[in-house]
Ligand binder design. Structure first.
Ligand SMILES: [Zn+2]
Length: 364
């Protein structure tokens, strides 16, 4: 039995699964669940998000008098994830080196399909179990955003989508703002009459140089990711676009730093007669799981029974959990053993996959 999760994982990894192109993956997952006698269904998130497949949802009917649990993993992987070839090397399953491995998040998908198979043994099944496979997590949590939770009656959820050995859980995650600043100056010939021009690049540069960027404190970060501007070497640049982001687990700090960044653009544009407009967008909101919350208490208890140490983690990134949590189902992100994610050297240890199988059964 123990090897089945490995086989499940290897079968999933060879399926192409770019974001918004999860059709093949979704069909495979549905067909696997149907072959076990379950009735998975697909929602309309694909149509809403512009993809070729929706989220796949499957309810495993348990005892309605007991707490019900939802598990969630995303079906897509980051680029490049077409033509993935898993290589078993010693204790690890690795990528062949041309693509990512896709353990983010197919290790979670494998664990959920494997759980469904293990729950065919009715002695293991307690309350209802909901399995949710989302689309397009990697490009902005689009599947979770378009997921209708009203039909899902789970008391709490586990999101299988973080790295490190089994036993880690993410108890907090930041709020996240992205911004686009457009600086408008005035074009002029750079050689003939530069004094008539106003350089948008100069305003943007002074603003950026005056900002707090990088790691601000233990729970706050900011970054300028993209600068675009300029048409020719002999034209004073009249338009520059600067894009970046701010994250903090403290909403007050997030807002303070976001406002400060917007003000710097305006101040430095103003100083030379340019104009700046800054658009700030909240991508998702933070969460903090309390020690007493049931899904965390149960997670720690399950680990104790398995003799696996619990490791508390504070994330600097977002996941489907940020969306689910604020839609009303308390959720905990737990590690699946994935390692070096988003890189071509991505890998996962066989021991972690085997532990994940045991953990899933304990959680149920
Ligand atoms: Zn992921």
């Amino acid at each position: 039995m123990a090897e089945r999760i490995i086989e499940e994982f290897l079968n999933l990894v060879v399926i192409d699964n770019e974001s918004l192109k999860e059709r093949q993956m979704a069909d495979y997952i549905k067909q696997r669940l149907e072959s076990m006698g379950y009735a998975p269904y697909e929602d309309d998130a694909g149509a809403k998000a512009g993809g070729d497949a929706g989220n796949i949802i499957c309810k495993i009917q348990g005892n309605p008098g007991l707490p019900s649990v939802m598990f969630l993993a995303h079906m897509d992987s980051v680029y490049p994830c077409t033509g993935k070839v898993p290589v078993v090397k010693g204790d690890f399953i690795e990528s062949s080196g041309n693509t990512v491995l896709g353990s983010d998040d197919l290790s979670g998908v494998a664990a959920m399909l494997n759980l469904a198979e293990n729950l065919l043994n009715k002695d293991r099944l307690k309350g209802h179990v909901w399995l949710v496979f989302t689309i397009a997590e990697e490009i902005g949590l689009l599947g979770a955003r378009n997921l209708d939770l009203s039909s899902i009656t789970a008391d709490f959820a586990y999101v299988l989508d973080s790295g490190g050995d089994i036993g880690r859980a993410t108890v907090s995650s930041p709020s996240h703002n992205t911004f686009t600043a457009v600086i408008t100056g005035k074009a002029a010939h750079a050689g003939m009459e530069p004094e008539k021009g106003i350089s948008a690049i100069v305003a943007a540069s002074k603003a950026i140089a005056d900002m707090r960027l990088g790691r601000i404190d233990e729970e706050t970060t900011s970054n300028i990711g993209i600068i675009e501007g300029g048409r020719a070497l002999n034209i004073v640049c009249d338009r520059a676009v600067v894009k970046g982001e701010v994250r903090s687990r403290d909403i007050g700090k997030l807002e303070e730093l976001s406002n400060e960044i917007a003000d710097k653009f305006k101040k430095h544009a103003d100083a030379i007669g340019a104009e700046a407009t800054v658009q700030m967008t909240r991508e998702y909101n933070s969460f903090r799981v309390g020690e007493e919350e049931e899904m965390l208490v149960r997670f720690i208890r399950a680990l104790e029974r398995l003799g696996i140490p619990y490791v508390e983690e504070h994330s600097g990134g977002g996941s489907d959990t940020n969306i689910i949590y604020h839609k009303g189902i308390k959720a905990l992100t737990i590690s699946t053993g994935m390692d070096r994610v988003h890189m071509k050297t991505e890998r996962i240890s066989i021991e972690n996959l085997l532990n994940l199988e045991k953990l899933m059964i304990e959680l149920v």
